[in-house]
Design a protein around this ligand. Structure first.
Ligand code: LLP
Length: 431
């Protein structure tokens, strides 16, 4: 992985030394290179534009939702995928255009649906039969109409490098295509005066490095749509193919350039549309990780070192599974560097430990670094997706702050949580 380094051997993020950011804002600190976020967003948006394909690139805000992030997403012309009242609330606070917000969720509450309808968001991705009933009565009561996509499970599941084809996919999300469930849902929403069915949605997985799974899923959805046109004279205008575009966490990861994913989808949809003589639908996608993952770096300060003779050296940092639960949860791999020793050769392998009271709180096993000393700052790369988003207060650690850097300027966009804020919901107990 390539990193910007100045003549003093310091890591630069958006032209600013990471060590200066750590000094000013404290650690652990999430730092985002906003230029890189914009560049990723543009790779998708421009590919569709250049090919003159109507599209919506909806940022999956679950990857990292904050007011500042959603403002950047909006500046880049992205739409937005939200999955909860909290994510919708954040979008509204950020002034995100409501008509470009899509709502997901396998168990949307009445309140979430009411809020979506009240604010007249762009689209609800309907997941199950119960939701159709709820939406039906909410729309009737509020005397409103809503664009809807049906989420279907095409029986293709991506496991990063390969795809599993399952006749009937065992998933908590969406309507099954093969058993006729999706068709039953189609009939229900077609009959509903307040629901405008605009098309189908699927999401086949995350951290996907090839285009073939997306192509397979596109064909499945298209065949279904073609069948429904023949039998019910229904024509969809939107095909939403979800997110899941892979990024580089370590040298082992070999993702495609983002425009390659978009090109593949465009090619496939165009081919199918001409093969079936079906009007070209809009292509919607929902990248989360691909927009923010590589743009984020977490900076820690190194504290204690423990040598287990002939085995390993543990290097403890001032964060861990509270700011990045992915290694503990998914055995996710990361790369790291000492931010002020970028010009020094690795001396040996170290294992990076978090500070939670839990043996599993290890951020990286066996990473080669220059000689580590107490007080060194460590950068862990590609932490921009599902890092802050899954941060927690285990051991009552504060949630870390987030800083945006762009063109040599930096700005705090999420304050570090205070201990007073952490206990603000606690009430004392009196017997
Ligand atoms: N659309 C839908 C319907 C999704 O369920 C997801 C992710 C996305 C889009 C965005 O996927 P992305 O482009 O970010 O891969 N916490 C896990 C990832 C869970 C993803 C859940 N759904 C992680 O840290 O890897």
């Amino acid at each position: 992985m390539n990193h910007d380094v100045n003549e003093k051997g310091q890591l630069l993020i958006g032209q600013v030394p990471a060590a200066d950011l750590a000094e000013q804002y404290g650690t652990p600190l999430y730092v985002y290179d906003v230029g890189e976020i914009r560049q990723k967003a543009r790779a998708f948006v421009q590919t569709f534009k250049e090919n003159q394909v109507a599209a919506q690139v909806a940022y999956a805000s679950k990857a990292f939702s904050s007011v500042a992030m959603l403002q950047v997403a909006n500046q880049e012309g992205l739409s937005l995928d939200v999955v909860s009242e909290g994510e919708l609330h954040t979008a509204l606070e950020a002034g995100f255009p409501v008509e470009k917000i899509h709502m997901h969720g396998n168990n949307k509450s009445i309140r979430e649906l009411e809020m979506a309808v009240e604010h007249e968001i762009g689209c609800i991705v309907v997941d199950n039969f119960y939701e159709i009933e709820l939406l039906h009565s909410i729309l009737k009561e509020q005397k409103k109409e809503m664009d809807v996509l049906l989420r279907v499970t095409p029986g293709i599941e991506a496991h990063t490098h390969d795809y599993i084809l399952t006749g009937q996919e065992d998933s908590k999300f969406g309507f099954d295509l093969s058993s006729g469930q999706a068709e039953e849902a189609f009939m229900k929403v077609q009959d509903d005066a307040n629901i405008r069915l605009v098309g189908l949605h699927c999401h086949i997985g995350s951290q996907i490095f090839e285009t073939s799974g997306f192509e397979m899923a596109t064909r499945k959805l298209f065949t279904t749509l073609n069948d429904w046109r023949d039998r019910y004279k229904y024509e969809a205008t939107v095909l939403n193919l979800g997110g899941g575009f892979g990024i580089q966490y370590t040298e082992e990861d070999k993702p495609l350039d983002l425009d390659q994913y978009a090109h593949a989808l465009i090619r496939e949809v165009k081919n199918l549309s001409s093969q079936y003589d079906y009007p070209m639908p809009e292509i919607w996608i929902e990248p989360g990780r691909a927009i923010v993952g590589e743009a984020g770096t977490t900076i820690y300060t190194i504290g204690s070192l423990k040598e287990v003779p002939d085995v390993r050296t543990y290097v403890s940092v001032d964060g861990g599974m509270t700011d990045n639960i992915r290694p503990a949860l998914y055995q996710a791999k990361y790369e790291a560097a000492l931010v002020e020793k970028m010009d020094q050769k690795p001396e040996k392998e170290y294992s990076i430990a978090g500070k939670c009271c839990e043996s599993g709180d290890m951020l990286i096993w066996d990473v080669a670094l220059p000689a580590v000393e107490h007080g060194d700052r460590l950068a862990v790369f590609s932490t921009g997706a599902y890092g802050y988003a899954m941060a927690n207060n285990y051991n009552r650690f504060q949630k870390a702050a987030v800083v945006f850097v762009e063109d040599g300027k930096h700005q705090l966009v999420v304050r570090r949580e205070s201990y007073q804020e952490m206990t603000r919901l606690d009430l004392s107990y009196e017997k």
